[in-house]
Design a protein around this ligand. Structure first.
Ligand code: ADP
Ligand code: MG
Length: 343
């Protein structure tokens, strides 16, 4: 292959070709990258689920923090998470890029490697996209399609009064990671730290989130859950969306919020316990779901089989609104209710 250094040497079609050359055929893909539209075949009896997300440089990511490989992974992970949150199987993705002409080609190659690695981990095929130049910053837009049997799809609108509210994994890690990066003037040690434990773990939760596909599918198949959402803006805000669409309310207990060992260790070093990061911190990409209380033990079993922990953290009530309940059992107000682009 000819050696290029910059995107501008390669041009739009060279760039598309460079990505397409790394994509193999996949199940259900009749015509992939290269034609005016991709042709796919969902499995019989399945319904098609579609979702799209944009990631803008300096709004959703900073090139100084997000190395291209993990940025590629995360660009697809956040979309896969939306399909997981419906209890569906992710299948096909479209990748649209607006690229600054001076972006090093290595960056794009690494980005593509990360994107395709995440795709392979979840059986997703890249079937197309769009490529253009950007005058200010890198813009990444991913559209994902998934499938599921109609009766298994889990929506935000199914929560019932008396249901328990659950979350998978731990909360607040990504927000803690972000806080650490924001307060570090030369974060290179943090960014290169081992991601399996300690501070490196918190950073990797922010830069390389894991979509909970197998848990979402297992819950959908089991019929145990009544509603589901993924936590991108903090549990108060995201359970708030379930509550609103289900025409209910609820409470979330501070004492029961699952926190990682790395989060607790870091929290001890702060002057005050950062409970608002667990309640309202964004980008954990865990699942929040509701289920009748009698399903508790079956849910623990179902989720354990996927190698993930789930924790009951609250209760659905008929009163509208979502409240946080403190260690003393009384409701209290959380100052930051979660990320919102226009406020
Ligand atoms: P058109 O002009 O007809 O829209 P394009 O030249 O934009 O076609 O795209 C040609 C092919 O390359 C299409 O199959 C399109 O889906 C695919 N493609 C374009 N950009 C990307 C990308 N960033 N990633 C993957 N496929 C892409
Ligand atoms: Mg096009």
């Amino acid at each position: 292959m000819k050696q290029y250094k910059k995107i501008s040497d390669l041009g739009e079609f060279g760039l598309i070709e460079r990505i397409a050359a790394r994509v193999a055929g996949a199940a259900g893909v009749i015509t992939g990258i290269g034609d005016d539209a991709a042709v796919t075949a969902p499995a019989p009896a399945m319904q098609l689920l579609t979702s799209t997300d944009m990631l803008l440089e300096d709004v959703h990511f900073r090139r100084g923090w997000h190395d291209p490989y993990r940025l590629g992974r995360k660009s697809l992970a956040v979309s896969i998470s939306d399909i997981a949150a419906m209890g569906a199987q992710p299948r096909w993705a479209l990748l649209s890029l607006a690229v600054p002409a001076g972006l090093p080609l290595d960056f794009l190659d690494e980005f593509t490697s990360g994107f395709l690695a995440m795709a392979a981990e979840h059986g997703v095929a890249l079937i197309g996209g769009d490529t253009c130049s950007s005058r200010s910053g890198l813009v990444i837009s991913v559209t994902i399609m998934g499938e599921q049997l109609p009766e298994r799809i889990l929506r935000r609108c199914g929560a019932r009064c008396g249901d328990e509210v659950w979350v998978t994994g731990t909360l607040g890690d990504a927000a803690m990671g972000l806080k650490m990066l924001e307060s570090d003037s030369s974060p290179s040690a943090l960014l290169s730290a081992d991601g399996t434990a300690g501070d490196g773990y918190l950073i990797s939760r922010l830069l390389d989130p894991t979509p909970r596909v197998s848990v979402g599918l297992a819950l959908a198949e089991s019929g145990l859950a009544s509603s589901m959402i993924d936590i991108s803006d903090g549990i108060l805000a995201d359970f708030g969306h379930i509550a609103e669409l289900s025409a209910v309310g609820g409470s979330i207990r501070l004492n029961d919020l699952p926190l990682s060992a790395a989060f607790r260790l870091r929290a001890e070093k702060l002057p005050e316990f950062p409970y608002q990061l667990a309640f309202s911190g964004g980008e954990d990409y865990e699942l929040c779901f509701t289920a009748p209380a009698e399903n508790r033990e079956k849910i623990v079993d179902c989720v354990k089989k996927c190698g993930v922990k789930a924790t009951p953290v609250g209760i659905v009530s008929s009163l509208p609104g979502v409240v946080a309940v403190g260690t003393d059992g009384n409701p209290f107000s959380v100052p930051d209710k979660g990320f919102n682009h226009f406020t």
